[in-house]
Design a protein around this ligand. Sequence first.
Ligand code: THU
Length: 153
Amino acid sequence: MWREIENIKCINPLTQTEIQELIGKAIEARNKSYSPYSHYQVGAAMLAGDGQIITGCNIENAAYGPTNCAERTAFFKAVSEGVREFRAIAIVGSPEGDELTQYAYPCGVCRQVMMEFCNPADFQIIVAKSMEDYHIMTLGELLPEGFGPENLR
Ligand code: THU
């Protein structure tokens, strides 16, 4: 079951071309995953407001705690380069191997990081098992009533 892009209720829905490009780049990024402990590989590709695509993979650590998720790798790479406007992110994650066996929804910490920089009504999250098999949701759907910068204004 996957949602047609026409059903997405957001201000600026992605085109089919954008969706395909993001999923392809997320799959490529997953190949860079450093995950010798969990053997769970994740890749993410994020579309910035200016059209550039920033990728990330999960990076694990022998002390476990410092492990960074693929989504946050992409966000921190982007923000550290001065990019702060984002439209969408594609995520692919599954146990080691070329096959994507599950939809990898972002963890709670990554959803909160998204909340810092993205409009929950408009930021689109694609979780994909292949180029053709994916779900798209907005951040607001994945993090309802989220706490963000607006609360502190
Ligand atoms: N992981 C991500 O990269 N993104 C998520 O949203 C969930 C989990 C990574 C962290 C760790 O390297 C591995 O998946 C298993 O938890």
